[in-house]
Ligand binder design. Structure first.
Ligand code: ME8
Length: 516
């Protein structure tokens, strides 16, 4: 079994249905998980829902439902979204799960044992929408003098007796840790933000609440539930088996989250872990936000789109491909129906889909589906294979280093090289004039298509899987890409190619283009 690789998404607040931002994060994490499985890693991939906290309590109250009923219903939508989008998670965690309560109480106890928790009175600003405390100096003024958090959300003054965590004690240990582990916070812009924040000094953190009881009970302290972020962050440990099992998948290799919650993951979380004596995750990556036609999604703008409607309109593969190819990973990105249709048609349907479709249906029709012979090879053939090898290596390098869009771009160069090769070699017209040469060209194309399909599997698992099924290519990991013996083994086994069905259909712009 390979070396473990533990990857997580943020767990989403199920106070409403999932939106495209949630889908984007799940898709990116899934592509990385699939890629690491192909690389031979023993992958553990976790996603789920963050069900406690005041925001859930207030939403349930506003809707006149029990908070547990709200959590059950909405969490269900998140799970359905993951399943529909081919998200290959190993566990969909809910923070209401019993083992998660145990893990949260165990880490709490460990922090208490270190002497890092004390009871005091909290007075300060709280944003329910962010579930975050802010210092006075971080606030800005909104319309009519209302105080706003740095995220632009309203804050309210709260005062109650709570447990505090000695965050201030970890300022220097955190700075030392960041210095020794330059890849802990990525990308660079997020890292700089966090360095500035921590260098500015850390106040102790209020980590329990007494004004409501929807949360994980604080051990030995009746009336207190944990601050939602304490239990939310602990989900990553719960999924690894803490505190019951040996932690094969800990420390996590990658916490993939959005840029708005880097502070929780890169400051609070490592401080909690240091206090509890638990190893720190290797990387926290804060991806950018997805905007609709360059604008922030908001209910009042009416541009909050159900990701399943997008998958319905453009296909699961189409949506996945667009998001990973279009958005430079780590930066904000924008989407629109036109942009999706244009890119998917040009790159997936035409450049790659058509390449496979034309080649395989020609073989099915004119060679009775038999794998083409060696024929008469020319230098151009080896040259194309070399370009495809470079393209697949480019995808691998990009995905290894979390440069996802650059990885797909490298892959696309291999696809374009195949299209140029077809135009130059014109195999269809060689059928009568030079069948030996035609065989060599088709053989080269089948080999190239197979390598490119394996490489792009993490991005478009369904369509690429279908192309590979059509040529009986069963091995689909990175070693298979480098396996030069595959073709001859197919020939020896008498494998055939049946008339293919298109793996990447062309899209039409929906008649009614708003709001997608
Ligand atoms: O923050 N584009 O939950 P959440 C891209 N429960 N990503 C976006 C986005 C957008 N427009 N909007 C949100 C929470 N996200 C906490 C996390 S983890 C221990 C607890 C991302 O439902 C956001 O950045 O508000 C976060 O990573 C994820 O979606 C869930 O957001």
């Amino acid at each position: 079994m390979g070396h473990p690789f533990y990857i997580t998404t943020a767990i989403s607040y199920p106070n409403g249905r999932p939106h495209i931002g949630h889908a984007y994060e799940a898709i990116a994490a899934d592509a990385i998980a699939r890629f690491q499985r192909q690389a031979g890693r023993d992958v553990r991939f976790q996603t789920g829902t963050d069900e406690h906290g005041l925001k859930m309590v207030q939403t349930a109250r506003d809707r006149g439902v029990e908070v547990r009923a709200l959590a059950d219903e909405m969490s269900g939508y998140f799970k359905v979204m993951c399943d529909k989008l081919a998200i290959s998670y190993d566990r969909f965690i809910r923070t209401t799960d019993a083992d998660h309560h145990r893990a949260s109480q165990a880490i709490w106890q460990a922090m208490a044992d270190t002497g890092d928790l004390y009871l005091d009175r909290y007075e300060g600003w709280y944003s329910v929408r962010d579930e975050a405390f802010y210092d006075e100096k971080e606030l800005t003024e909104g319309e009519g003098g209302a105080k706003l958090s740095p995220q632009g959300t309203p804050v309210t003054w709260t005062a109650e007796e709570t447990w505090f965590f000695r965050l201030s004690k970890y300022q220097q240990p955190l700075l030392d840790f960041y210095a020794a582990n330059p890849d802990f916070i990525r990308p660079e812009a997020r890292r700089n933000e966090i360095l500035r924040f921590v260098e500015g000094g850390l106040s102790d953190l209020s980590v329990s609440r007494t004004s409501f009881d929807w949360g994980v009970a604080v051990p030995g302290s009746p009336g207190h539930v944990m601050y939602v972020w304490v239990d939310a962050l602990t989900n990553y440990l719960t999924g690894a088996g803490y505190p019951d099992r040996e932690l094969r998948y800990w420390p996590a290799d990658l916490h993939l989250i959005g840029k708005d919650i880097v502070r929780f993951h890169a400051v609070y979380w490592p401080a909690f872990l240091m206090s509890a004596g638990i190893a720190l995750p290797k990387t926290v990556f804060g991806h950018g936000f997805l905007l609709h036609r360059g604008e922030k999604m908001s209910k009042s703008l009416g541009n909050v789109v159900d990701p399943l409607d997008l998958a319905e309109a453009f296909g699961v593969d189409g949506l996945r491909y667009f998001l990973l190819r279009e958005v430079s990973f780590g930066q904000d990105g924008s989407y629109s129906a036109e942009a999706i249709v244009t890119r998917v048609n040009a790159e997936l349907a035409n450049a790659f889909g058509n390449l496979a479709q034309r080649t395989l249906s020609f073989i099915a029709k004119n060679l009775g589906g038999a794998f083409p012979d060696a024929g008469r090879a020319e230098a151009a053939d080896a040259q194309l294979i070399e370009e495809v090898v470079v393209a697949c290596a480019g995808l691998r390098a990009g995905f290894t280093d979390l440069l996802l869009s650059q990885g797909v771009e490298a892959w696309l160069r291999g696809v374009f090289a195949c299209n140029q090769y077809i135009d130059a070699q014109a195999p269809w017209s060689l059928r009568k004039t030079d069948p030996e040469r035609m065989h060599a060209v088709l053989r080269t194309l089948v080999r190239a298509i197979r390598m490119l399909a394996i490489a792009i599997l993490p991005v478009v698992p369904e369509g690429a899987g279908r192309v590979l099924d059509q040529i009986n290519a069963d091995e689909r990991d990175h070693e298979a890409i480098d396996d030069d013996g595959w073709y001859q083994r197919q020939v020896d086994a008498g494998a055939t190619i049946a008339p293919p069905t298109p793996a990447f259909p062309r899209l039409e712009l929906p008649a009614e283009t708003e709001p997608a």
